[in-house]
Design a binder for this molecule. Structure first.
Ligand code: HEC
Ligand code: HEC
Length: 230
């Protein structure tokens, strides 16, 4: 077989490239550029690293996304994405009309996805079954009367309003619910220190929580966490 000099040159060049690519520095570069499916931030497996059913029990501050409304999940992802730059640096009251949200753990995840990923991922998680908190928190002896107002939007069964941005609270982890209530109450009272680990502000919820004490928030979180999610 005679070698075509051009293809021999091409082979030599390819070999040289492979050699160069094998050097540690070049390999690091190649790996950074190459897609690594298991860790692709837009993949469900990546999200399940924290939100997966087997992980939820390990960290009660991580919410269950299963069975939550797609509209609500999508809005939360977009809130996280839009505010990642703005919110930790400063409070931006003009955006408070539809809400603001940031959290140190979700911050890099939200930065790593596109808006179209957010739409797809919201649909995928909404279509899953919810996971009941196990064991449920003890049923509070008494729940603040304001509960009736909460139920006007989140419904008597706490399952939220599917098709809208009002979320399911029933069966969600109590520490997670408490963190959300506490963040929104702090926003309502102007107690937010920019750069804190978790910030959330929503005009409707802020107004609901303004008059409540921290102990009320814990009771409400336990109450809704104890309702069946299905
Ligand atoms: C390293 C852990 C981790 C990873 C990975 C992760 N999340 Fe989260 N996620 C969290 C935590 C913690 C919260 C609660 C944040 C808070 O308290 O505001 C959260 C909150 C959320 C919420 C808000 C839910 C609600 O009820 O309001 C959504 C939606 C969400 N994550 C979607 C995703 C998606 C989609 C991915 C994959 C692209 C992802 N997360 C990857 C830890 C993670
Ligand atoms: C007028 C309607 C309305 C009322 C009343 C209301 N909520 Fe909400 N709630 C909402 C909406 C809308 C959101 C989504 C906020 C956002 O987009 O960040 C929400 C979000 C929440 C969340 C965050 C859930 C999650 O998965 O992150 C909790 C917890 C919550 N509400 C609890 C309560 C409690 C407790 C009360 C009563 C004290 C209450 N809500 C009253 C409309 C309402």
């Amino acid at each position: 077989m005679t070698l075509d000099p051009r293809s021999a040159a091409a082979t030599a060049l390819l070999f040289l490239c492979l050699l160069t690519a094998a050097s540690p520095a070049a390999r690091a570069q190649t790996n950074a550029a190459a897609p690594v499916p298991a860790q692709d931030p837009a993949s469900v497996a990546f999200c399940d690293g924290c939100h997966g059913a087997d992980k939820l029990a390990q960290d009660a501050t991580v919410p269950d996304l299963g069975g939550q409304g797609a509209e609500y999940l999508q809005k939360q992802l977009l809130d996280f994405m839009r505010n990642v730059r703005a919110m930790l640096a400063r409070r931006d009251e003009s955006r408070n009309y539809t809400g603001q949200r940031d959290n140190v753990t979700m911050h890099p995840n939200a930065q790593a996805i596109t808006e179209s990923d957010a739409v797809d991922l919201a649909k995928i998680f909404a279509a899953r079954a919810c996971h009941q908190t196990v064991p449920p928190p003890p049923r509070p002896a008494s729940v603040p009367a304001v509960r009736a107002r909460c139920e006007a939007c989140h419904r008597d069964d706490g399952k939220g309003d599917k098709g809208t941005v009002v979320p399911r609270l029933a069966g969600q982890s109590s520490p997670y619910l408490f963190n959300q209530l506490n963040s929104m109450r702090r926003a309502a009272l102007g107690l937010v220190v920019p750069g804190t680990a978790s910030e959330r502000s929503h005009p409707i919820m802020n107004a609901e929580l303004k008059e409540l004490e921290i102990a009320d928030l814990r009771t409400l979180a336990d109450y809704f966490a104890g309702l069946p999610c299905k």
